[in-house]
Ligand binder design. Structure first.
Ligand SMILES: [Zn+2]
Length: 468
């Protein structure tokens, strides 16, 4: 199992927190252990303004990823996306986060390898924005597919699973607490390895919390407040002894994890490369199997590494068109297909669509994907609005008939689910509940649209699998 060791470098308040990032980056490098440094864009700019080139150089010995452009400063990611739709949300995410991507690239001399969610500041449009910006991965994602530790969502590699050291940073400051926590952590990592995870994040620490007993943002950016720099409140400090103890124990932890059998520590850049691409040519037999899986499960599964539900529908529609037109190809290429941008309608009753109408539906679906990269929320057929779920079930049932007959035939569209079954309970737990609870968020933050778009884009979810 591959483990990526995460450090969230985000303290915009305490200038001497810069030294902590330097100390950690140096001690890890001395041991040949690569860290995944999640640096807030504004933090990197502060280093530049304060002339801390040695900090930038030390952190740059490791893997560098963007931990949002401005983290808990308002508006946070969830706050600036809360009232937006999909397309305007992606554009806003690009506008807000591009300066962080560009400044890390400029200061570190290379592109950030990932974007890491700040706290519970999730935005479903961020993975699509990062894909546009050329940042290949998203860490601490509020989406999950399968049990590999990595999945595809909105065309982006997203990493969900990570574990912290027991008691987080407080567990390093005290030798007895550390001695109790380390075996627990190692057991949990070994359990994840036995469970078959290809990768797992180990949240090493917020460097600032090795020195400061409270979070910089809870003191200054809680519940929507933006404290100006001249009025910053500073957190109580740990003693120098506690700080040195923390560094020593952090180092012991990293070495103990590195020495676990079958575990390898890599940075997020190397991690991204361990996974194959989202798309590949699929043999015709694979298309048949996808249709069979849809017929067997009668649900929209996000656990099939071959194709997400949206890719499956796009493939079946293209396969149906080929069947309607002549001989079938040996392969059909998979392509990135995002979910609908609005909630699809649910059919009220079964709808029989004649052969010509079925072909027209397939053409309209493929045309919509060609033009937008998304599934349509609805297509019109015989006076009814047809959602992608009904069409997926109808085409999966029709495919073997069309293949046997060598031509298009009538299809029957059945009422049923229009989003993956896992989407609503997941969004209830990880968006509706978790996002408003993050202390920096303003109390009146509404998350219904964040939740909706996470659910709709779960059409594009599938597990990522290792190369080879
Ligand atoms: Zn953070």
């Amino acid at each position: 199992m591959v483990v990526y060791l995460c450090f969230d470098i985000e303290d915009l308040v305490h200038p001497d927190s810069d030294d902590i990032a330097y100390d950690i980056a140096t001690l890890l490098a001395d041991d040949g252990v690569v860290g995944s440094m999640f640096v807030v864009g504004e933090k990197a700019r502060l280093w530049e303004r304060r002339g801390r080139q040695e900090v930038i150089s030390a952190v740059g010995m490791h893997d560098v990823a963007l931990h949002t452009d401005h983290h808990s400063v308002h508006p946070t990611v969830s706050e600036y996306l809360a009232d937006l739709g999909w397309t305007d949300g992606v554009a806003e995410a690009v506008r807000q986060e591009a300066p962080g991507v560009q400044d890390l690239a400029r200061l570190f001399g290379r592109y950030p390898t990932a974007w890491g969610t700040g706290g519970a500041g999730w935005g479903p449009q961020i993975p699509a924005a990062m894909r546009q910006l050329g940042v290949p991965g998203q860490v601490y994602a509020h989406v999950r597919a399968g049990g590999t530790g990595a999945g595809w969502f909105a065309g982006e590699l997203c990493y969900r699973e990570y574990m912290p050291f027991p008691d987080y940073e407080d567990g390093y400051a005290d030798d007895a607490a550390f001695a109790a926590g380390l075996p627990v952590l190692l057991d949990r990592l070994s359990a994840a390895q036995r469970a078959g995870f290809a990768c797992y994040g180990l949240f090493a620490c917020h460097p600032t919390r090795l020195r400061y007993k409270e979070f910089w943002d809870l003191l200054n950016f809680r519940h929507g407040q933006n404290t100006p720099p001249a009025d910053y409140r500073f957190a109580p400090r740990r003693s120098d002894d506690e700080y040195q103890t923390s560094l020593r124990n952090l180092r012991r932890m990293a070495l103990a994890v590195r020495d676990l059998p079958g575990i390898e520590i890599v940075g997020t850049g190397a991690l991204n490369q361990r996974f194959g691409g989202e798309n590949a040519p699929l043999a015709w037999e694979g298309v048949r199997q996808l249709a069979q899986t849809v017929r067997d499960t009668a649900t929209l599964e996000v656990s099939n590494p071959v194709a997400s539900p949206s890719q499956t529908l796009d493939l079946l529609a293209r396969a149906a068109l080929r069947l309607a037109e002549g001989p079938v190809p040996s392969f059909l290429p998979l392509r990135t297909v995002l979910g609908p941008v609005e909630a699809p309608p649910v059919l009220e009753k079964p709808l029989a669509v004649p052969a010509a109408g079925a072909v027209t539906l397939c053409r309209a679906l493929v045309g919509h994907v060609n033009g937008t990269g998304h599934l349509p929320a609805a297509l019109q057929s015989a006076g009814a609005a047809v959602g992608p779920g009904a069409l997926l079930r109808g085409l999966a049932a029709a495919l073997p008939v069309w293949e046997r007959e060598g031509r298009a035939e009538e299809i029957t569209l059945l009422p049923g689910t229009e989003e993956p079954e896992s989407a609503a309970p997941w969004a209830a737990r990880w968006i509706d509940e978790a996002v408003p609870r993050w202390a920096p968020h303003r109390p009146d933050l509404r998350v219904d649209r964040l939740s909706l778009h996470t659910r709709l884009q779960s059409w594009s979810l599938k597990p990522a699998t290792l190369v080879g």
